[in-house]
Design a protein around this ligand. Structure first.
Ligand SMILES: C[S@@+](CC[C@H](N)C(=O)[O-])C[C@H]1O[C@@H](n2cnc3c(N)ncnc32)[C@H](O)[C@@H]1O
Length: 283
């Protein structure tokens, strides 16, 4: 990633990020990495992400589920295939068009809504969900983690559960362009008022597409800030596990893919947590 300056005003971050995601969603849908055809060929096919989560998710049959920041709907469809009654929310129209087309092509009934994440309660109403599933590159697009925690608590019905698997803030802070592969903290670990701007020509999956809108604005949130956001919103923490693997090649050249298709540090993998799973319940 190419760090640029940080900016003092945030009002344009949605427009900047939306232009970026508008372009990338169709390229992701066409990429072998997302492999949409596999969902059409095999009615039991699940995304790699949901397969990783499956044991921790447990039985979700019959739950009213919301996938916040669902992108092109591969995880959402996988949760539907595990028996949850799914809704999905994301903000670029092209991502939702892909998600809807995929669901329609396999006869899955999933309710997809186009909105900003912070508008989810206005879209669905409060207390409507038994399961709120999100992560894998979702939280970094939201400037205020405490506000996100309150949003999650409001969306969940009593007894409902948050399931979050996400890139670890310690990983997001690491310089991913060093040739010597030293793990050097370059970017903010804690939440900052101003976003960090990046200019990146590609995306996180291999593609031949040449993109025009390459600037993004994103934020990190420290683990303590994320856990506090959940606790301060009144949820009860039921699981917090850190993992040595991540679904994308986060530190190019320093990682090796494992048997499950996740990426690990090639050398001394115990140095750094790469992702985490957090679960919390609304009592
Ligand atoms: C990396 S993707 C999530 C990936 C997902 N786990 C997957 O692999 O399919 C991040 C998603 O967040 C969405 N997003 C970013 N900012 C958002 C916002 N303010 N409101 C709603 N969605 C947003 C993007 O459109 C994108 O689909």
């Amino acid at each position: 990633m190419w760090p640029l300056d940080t900016i003092a005003v945030m009002e344009d971050y949605r427009a900047l990020n939306l232009a970026n995601w508008d372009e990338r969603a169709p390229a992701h849908a066409a990429s072998p990495a997302y492999g949409l055809q596999r969902y059409r060929d095999d009615p039991a096919h699940l995304s790699d992400g949901v397969r990783f989560d499956r044991a921790r998710l447990g039985d979700i049959a019959g739950l009213r589920g919301l996938h916040l920041q669902c992108h092109i709907g591969t995880d959402t469809l996988s949760l539907h295939r595990l028996g949850a009654r799914m809704s999905g929310l994301d903000f670029p129209g092209p991502a939702l068009a892909e998600a809807r087309a995929l669901a329609a092509s396999v006869g899955a009934r999933i309710d997809y809504v186009q909105a900003d994440a912070y508008q989810a309660v206005q879209q669905f109403g409060a207390g409507q969900f038994d399961l709120l599933y999100t992560g894998v590159g979702a939280l970094c697009w939201l400037p205020d983690i405490a506000r996100w925690g309150r949003l999650v608590a409001e969306l969940l019905a009593p007894g409902g559960r948050l399931f979050l698997r996400e890139g670890h803030p310690a990983l997001w802070a690491i310089d991913d362009r060093r040739d010597d592969h030293l793990l050097a903290a370059e970017y903010p670990y804690f939440e900052t008022e101003e976003p960090v701007l990046f200019e990146e020509e590609g995306t996180y999956v291999p593609t031949e597409v040449a993109f025009v809108h390459n600037r993004t604005a994103s934020w990190n949130h420290g683990i303590g800030e994320i856990i506090s956001a959940v606790l301060d919103a009144g949820l009860r923490l039921t699981q917090f596990v850190e993992h040595r693997s991540v679904p994308w090649e986060a530190l190019p050249g320093a990682m090796t893919i494992d048997a499950d298709g996740e990426w690990r540090l090639t050398e001394r993998a115990d140095r750094l947590p790469l992702t985490y799973t957090l679960q919390a319940v609304k009592d």
